[in-house]
Design a protein around this ligand. Structure first.
Ligand SMILES: CCC/C=C/C(=O)SCCNC(=O)CCNC(=O)[C@H](O)C(C)(C)COP(=O)([O-])OP(=O)([O-])OC[C@H]1O[C@@H](n2cnc3c(N)ncnc32)[C@H](O)[C@@H]1OP(=O)([O-])[O-]
Length: 365
């Protein structure tokens, strides 16, 4: 739809119609899907797993980037590639976004070292199991120095933490802290791209929020058409940027206003509020609460209702509702990047981010 929206500025509303009729996947032949396991297409990348059920036309995209599904440049790039692939796949009409509820990420790596040579393994999150022909060791630190015999082949097996408490912790703060202006600009462009692709998607999109969803995680959720959240007192959702001393850009704000209305958005943004699930439901930040173990099945049931509406009618309506908001960013993209870079690289903002990171770590300790 992003393309359709872009073109529609040129062609007017009838242009949207004709564009959509070209892009419409099923027109009026909308069959209420049953969620069988037939013809399943799978795609797994390190941080994201996608299962597309061709019999229903519904894809489930699971974020699986420990420890908290933070949105790094790599993550966002993978996310956008997956979204684009699904968007181009005519058999895919609906997308559910969720986090893996219990996650076991296995990674193997090999290395050759000489006697007494100390190898530092950086990229491990605990618990970690390091296995070699002569060594078997468990580390709880995630950062270990091991001494190995001559030319031994090391097999590193990583079993990561579960992600059961988090949908997404939002933008990866490490991407905004201590980075060059060029890198910050590249990162911000990827954040824009994620939102443009999601908010303008032709697919019906549902966020199955099975964990906390602050800041960028909330943006991803409100970028979808519908939100179902686990009714768990530990989870919260909201655009809490001001709590970090940073400012949510206009298109975060616009998306929130479009979701909860001006007054609730004003309170929410200025105070950087994180809402409990019931409070999020009360202001309309999420549409439905369900027990945690029913989040995905409810999303699938709900999706069948969305897909019972003829695609072209739903897409044109979505376009009418979102086009203005999307166009606003499209016509200010470069200025928005420049603005973000000059803001985020300021000493005072960097200090705020460092304090926030320290707070996160001390809270953990
Ligand atoms: C203009 C810009 C707009 C900005 C938009 C944004 O999205 S700004 C983003 C706003 N986002 C927020 O304000 C959310 C901040 N995060 C949280 O509130 C909590 O982490 C949680 C509730 C998501 C999960 O609680 P939990 O008890 O399950 O987990 P835990 O707390 O123990 O964390 C585990 C590890 O992950 C680390 N880490 C965490 N988040 C981030 C991050 N975004 N990035 C990077 N790292 C992050 C944390 O430091 C810790 O590292 P350590 O010590 O192991 O090296």
């Amino acid at each position: 739809m992003a393309n359709v929206l872009r073109n529609s500025a040129k062609f007017g509303f009838s242009g949207v119609l004709s564009q959509l009729s070209i892009h419409s996947r099923h027109g009026r032949e909308c069959v209420s899907p049953c969620f069988s396991l037939q013809q399943r297409n799978n795609s797994t990348s390190p941080k994201i797993k996608v299962d597309l059920d061709n019999s229903t036309g519904v894809a489930v995209l699971r974020m699986q980037s420990p420890p908290v599904n933070s949105l790094s440049l790599d993550f966002l790039t993978e996310f956008c590639i997956n979204l684009e692939k699904l968007e181009m796949d005519k058999s895919c009409r609906g997308l559910i976004i969720t986090s893996v509820s219990t996650h076991t990420h296995t990674h193997t790596d090999t290395d050759t070292v000489t006697q007494s040579h100390k190898t530092m393994i950086h990229t491990i999150t605990p618990p970690v199991c390091v296995v070699s022909q002569t060594l078997s060791k468990v580390s709880s630190t995630g950062l270990d120095i091991i001494t190995l015999p001559v030319c031994v082949c090391v097999c590193v097996c990583l079993v990561s933490q579960t992600l059961s408490k988090v949908f997404s912790a939002g933008l990866d703060i490490m991407e905004m802290y201590g980075k060059s202006p060029e890198r910050c600009g590249e990162f911000w462009k990827a954040v824009q791209e994620m939102w443009l692709k999601l908010y303008g998607s032709n697919m019906a999109t549902i966020a199955a929020i099975n964990g906390s969803s602050p800041a960028g995680g909330c943006l991803m959720s409100i970028g979808c058409d519908y939100r179902i959240m686990a009714d768990n007192p530990r989870y919260s959702i909201g655009l809490n940027e001001t709590q970090l001393g940073i400012v949510a850009p206009f298109w975060f704000k616009d998306t929130l206003v479009n979701t909860v209305g001006n007054r609730a958005a004003e309170l929410s943004l200025e105070l950087g509020l994180l809402y409990s699930a019931p409070d999020a439901l009360k202001i309309g930040l999420v549409d439905q609460l369900v027990p945690e173990d029913q989040v995905l099945s409810t999303a699938q049931d709900t999706m069948s209702k969305w897909l019972a509406v003829p695609d072209h009618a739903r897409q044109i309506t979505k376009s009418m509702m979102r086009k203005q908001t999307i166009d606003k960013l499209l016509s200010n993209r470069e200025a928005d990047i420049t603005n973000f870079v000059s803001f985020i690289t300021k000493d005072s903002i960097q200090r705020s981010l460092r304090m926030y990171l320290e707070m996160l770590k001390s809270r953990k300790a």
